[in-house]
Write a protein that binds this ligand. Structure first.
Ligand code: C2O
Ligand code: CU
Ligand code: CU
Length: 515
């Protein structure tokens, strides 16, 4: 079995959740080689609940809700076919792509239209993901189930699996998303005004489209690459054995492996962020992955959000429900920061096998990022009584050229969140950054921010999305260098925005032009 097939088999076992889902959800995913995809269909499966799915057409067969697996250097070359009643795009979150392939929403695919997308995967091994990004439709379409995973592998990643002795089936790529379940069914996306301000929050978690997902694992290390694909919920990820928390090791973040593993008991994971972790269940028969209770720091109340877009008026909602109309929160949401079960790992009954020693070094990444000299760009995250959340007090305009940057530039970005605000997971398209330091971090998060510069453990890796709690300032080293082998000519536009999807659609976004 070659490497790609081994990994695909391991990831395909995602579908082997043993408990039947309590409600109808997306079909079980399978690992599909990115290079084998010929056509990518975006379709609606249920107009009542507004559920949608991605289908990868491999020419010989079709796979619904696929997990794409790519070797670094492989090519994606497929026709994207939009069968939704709304415009859509496929944005590859975390990959460095030219504007035409980034799927950022500058050129949405109209209902019934197709678009050919071709690119090389140049980024490090890591968990990346893809989702719609048409302005004004992103939150609704992602909540409808349009989010997929892309696992990129390379020799660093191979070396880690070999050192850990990962058995097939013990490596999982998981997208966690919360949905509203009532009377055994996922409810359609129909946020009220408060949902649009704070973000849409569900009451149950799906793992790869499955409620109460369970995965059978063999003795030894389990490697989990986990994405927070929620519209707005923050997760404080931990593993429970009854009341006890079981320690784990953070191996990597959004953009790949850390320099060295970090031993942890809990880790914050906000919308769009990914963690790569290793956990050894030892003699336990089951482990419950949960989001622990925490103070979610939602300080802003009472604004009228702006979530109406001229573009929306021309298209039907996915589920015949309205968006951001009506006062208050929609019924039966579970507030941010409440404990929420995510999924379960069940150990096969084989006797426990001693897990291999964790390698001391995981990658060639520098422990401490260098602070680029020169330009510091200052950005403010604001709360406006009338407009909701904005960057620098400026509502997003799709036609703006935004910040002008030179390809290859290295800048410090100083981002300050207002005290009257809430957490914002800020995401940059196309380029990665390192976190230099944090200031003003609130108590419960500060207790976890033990790394130099008041950084969180996830701040030690390569990032494309970073959370700022109210009153916090973060300093980032942003690198606009293209990965080796990538050569894009001409000016390319990218986006910087909040990954709370209601904020993103609510214009908490700016463009940047890299030339
Ligand atoms: Cu994951 Cu601009 O998005
Ligand atoms: Cu992105
Ligand atoms: Cu936000």
């Amino acid at each position: 079995m070659n490497r790609r097939h081994f990994l695909a088999a391991g990831l395909a076992s995602l579908g082997a959740a043993c408990a039947p889902p309590a409600v109808r959800t997306a079909p079980a995913p399978g690992g599909v080689a990115l290079a084998d995809v010929r056509r990518f269909i975006v379709e609606r499966t249920d107009p009542i609940a507004g559920r949608c799915r991605y289908v990868a057409d491999l020419g010989t067969r079709q796979v619904a809700q696929p997990i794409l697996v790519a070797r670094r250097g492989e090519v994606f070359d497929a026709v994207i076919e939009n069968r939704l009643p709304q415009p859509t795009t496929i944005h590859f979150h975390g990959l460095t792509l030219p504007e035409a392939e980034d799927g950022a929403g500058f050129a949405p695919i109209a209902p019934g239209e197709r678009k050919r997308v071709r690119f090389d995967v140049k980024n490090r091994s890591a968990l990346y993901w893809f989702h719609p990004h048409a302005m004004g439709f992103t939150a609704e379409q992602v909540q409808a189930g349009l989010a997929g995973l892309l696992v990129v592998t390379d020799p660093e990643d191979d070396a880690l699996d070999a050192a850990l002795g990962i058995s097939p089936g013990n490596r999982l790529a998981l997208a966690i998303a919360d949905v509203r379940v009532a009377a055994g069914a996922i409810r359609a996306y129909a946020p009220g005004a408060d949902d649009c301000l704070h973000g849409w929050l569900g009451n149950r978690a799906l793992a790869n489209g499955t409620l109460d997902a369970r995965y059978e694992v063999a003795p030894g290390w389990v490697r989990l690459q986990i994405l927070n694909a929620c519209n707005s919920r923050g997760l404080l990820l931990a593993f429970r054995d009854g009341d006890a928390l079981v320690p784990f090791h953070l191996l990597g973040t959004d953009g790949g492996l850390l320099a060295a593993p970090q031993a942890l008991e809990r880790v914050f994971l906000y919308g769009g962020e990914r963690v790569d972790i290793a956990i050894d269940p030892g003699e336990r028969s089951a482990l419950a992955a949960v989001s622990l209770q925490f103070d979610p720091r939602h300080h802003a109340l009472g604004a009228t959000p702006r979530h109406q877009h001229a573009a929306r008026e021309r298209y039907a909602p996915l589920a015949g429900e309205s968006v951001c109309e009506g006062a208050g929160f929609a019924a039966d949401h579970l507030p941010d920061g409440v404990e929420l079960p995510l999924f379960t790992l069940r150990m096969q009954s084989n006797p426990a096998r001693g897990a291999a020693a964790l390698p001391a070094r995981l990658s060639a990444l520098a422990d401490a990022p260098a602070e680029p000299p020169g330009t510091t760009r200052r950005l403010r995250l604001d709360f406006d009584e009338r407009s909701g959340f904005l960057i620098d007090g400026t509502p997003y305009r799709p036609d703006e050229s935004g910040f002008a940057l030179q390809r290859g530039a290295r800048e410090v970005w100083e981002i300050k969140n207002s005290p009257i605000s809430m957490p914002h997971a800020m995401h940059l398209h196309g380029f990665a950054f390192r976190v230099l330091r944090r200031q003003g971090t609130y108590g419960a998060a500060r207790a976890l921010a033990g790394a130099p510069g008041g950084r969180l453990p996830t701040d030690l890796g390569v990032k494309d999305t970073v959370v700022l709690w109210p009153n916090e300032t973060v300093w980032l080293a942003v690198d606009f260098t293209l990965p080796p082998g990538a050569a894009f000519r001409g000016a390319q536009r990218y986006m910087f925005h909040c990954h709370n999807l209601e904020h993103e659609d609510g214009m908490m976004m700016r463009n940047l032009t890299v030339a």
